[in-house]
Design a protein around this ligand. Sequence first.
Ligand SMILES: C[S@@+](CC[C@H](N)C(=O)[O-])C[C@H]1O[C@@H](n2cnc3c(N)ncnc32)[C@H](O)[C@@H]1O
Length: 280
Amino acid sequence: MNILKWLNKTIKILSCVDNPKYEAEFLLTYVSGYNRSFIITSDRVELSQKQYQYLNYLVYRRSLGEPIAYIIGEKEFWSLSLRVSYDTLIPRPDTEILVEQVLFKIINNKSTLILDLGTGCGAIALALAKSCVNCYVIGVDKSKKALDIARINALQLKIKNVSFLFSNWFSHINKKFDIIVSNPPYISKKEITLLKKDIFFEPFDALISDKNGLSDIENIIQQAKKYLFIGGWLLIEHGWQQKIQVQSLFKKYNFFEIESYQDYGGNDRVTIGRHLINKN
Ligand SMILES: C[S@@+](CC[C@H](N)C(=O)[O-])C[C@H]1O[C@@H](n2cnc3c(N)ncnc32)[C@H](O)[C@@H]1O
């Protein structure tokens, strides 16, 4: 079968996804190694039997809703190509807002010790470590399999000012940090049923939290001051409807300079607060 015929057939099969043409072309470039302009200008080129069979297998997986990132085992975040697996959440572009806040509002090239709670494939920790050579970042997770992926990513990207360790939130942390960041699970059990089916391929432990999605966020905010130097910052990613509740939790646990920031889609996404006085 030639490229044109395969594309036309695949675009129909993938009509259930948001952008079938883009995804069909993406899978074709991934399997064939041809770039997009070659695909467009040379669409009469025949696919080999091996390419054809492998492509159809990947398209079948995609048609069942499996995210492209799991199919190819990779996702770009902060211009870093990161390995992902079924044990890690797929990093989202919205999370780059949190990285931007740390780098441009708080650090300003100062030497800084950062803790990333719930690091998954290491996206936030690696983006911060790569962008700030004066920083040292520790990423923790309760999923040992996710930590293995994060360590592979650090090795492949040759990022040395980062390390990853097991911890159930703060359970294995015994020092203080300048900055604590987290993109914790924050989706409620009720809300998850309303989301796109792609999400059911991701680890539930990375997504769902009790108390309307706020249980892990509260747990982190409540404990964070013990692990922050005076003047240190806590930054938390949350759901677009959780800003008011998250700001209240920052106030309840005596954080100052509380502010929230929106993602690229204009949704409230990250709330930050500062530890200024030693009062619980
Ligand atoms: C929403 S994912 C975020 C992953 C990654 N930081 C990112 O932004 O792509 C939440 C992560 O928190 C981890 N996690 C959930 N509960 C945890 C706990 N009690 N202690 C440590 N990590 C936890 C999950 O395994 C998952 O990797």
